[in-house]
Design a protein around this ligand. Structure first.
Ligand SMILES: *[C@@H]1O[C@H](CO)[C@@H](O)[C@H](O)[C@H]1NC(C)=O
Ligand SMILES: *[C@@H]1O[C@H](CO)[C@@H](O)[C@H](O)[C@H]1NC(C)=O
Ligand SMILES: *[C@@H]1O[C@H](CO)[C@@H](O)[C@H](O)[C@H]1NC(C)=O
Length: 154
């Protein structure tokens, strides 16, 4: 009786798992279809934007900091765009149809960055390093506190 109950429970969990996996799979297929959409220019422009952000370490770091979907997911997306861009960049017909998005987006990314924008995110904070006399005071204080602990130790 006991084992039957356990078996039923295990079976239920397995079925639940299967249906969960199925749901996730459907989502993935949908996403793929959406990103390789019908508009080749949109695809080229998005790929160029992601590849430019992915190649420049400054943009990439800012993108990771502002994005909230997770670094692993972002890294995969940016790396995929970097791998994909060369074939689009050299496609003469595509560049004639859409304009050279590689050049356009490179310039746009640089302009955006001066306004604190990286890709879809705004509010990039410039890295501010605190330097000046205050650092000497703080370091002296730290040395004093830890030094005192050391010297007064029995
Ligand atoms: C588009 O611009 C990129 C970067 O300047 C360049 O490498 C590429 O050859 C250009 N593509 C075409 C088809 O002219
Ligand atoms: C990355 O972008 C910054 C800001 O636009 C620029 O100053 C820098 O030269 C770029 N670095 C590379 C490797 O392209
Ligand atoms: C520049 O900023 C605009 C507005 O935020 C954004 O739609 C666009 O994708 C950005 N371009 C790049 C290359 O990051």
């Amino acid at each position: 009786m006991h084992s039957t109950l356990l078996t039923t429970l295990a079976l239920c969990l397995t079925l639940f798992n299967l249906s969960l996996a199925k749901t996730i799979n459907t989502g993935a297929i949908l996403t793929t279809r959406q990103t390789t959409g019908a508009d080749p220019c949109l695809d080229y422009s998005i790929t160029a934007t992601h590849a430019i952000i992915g190649t420049n370490t400054t943009y990439r770091a800012a993108y990771y900091a502002l994005s909230n979907v997770g670094t692993l997911y972002d890294a995969r997306m940016l790396d995929a765009a970097i791998a994909k861009l060369p074939s689009l960049k050299t496609d003469v017909a595509l560049n004639a149809q859409c304009g050279n998005q590689t050049e356009i987006k490179t310039a746009e990314a640089a302009t955006n960055f001066t306004m604190g924008i990286v890709g879809p995110f705004s509010g990039v904070q410039p890295l501010v390093l605190n330097a000046g006399p205050i650092v000497v005071v703080v370091v002296a204080l730290i040395c004093g506190i830890f030094g005192a602990t050391w010297m007064l130790m029995p």
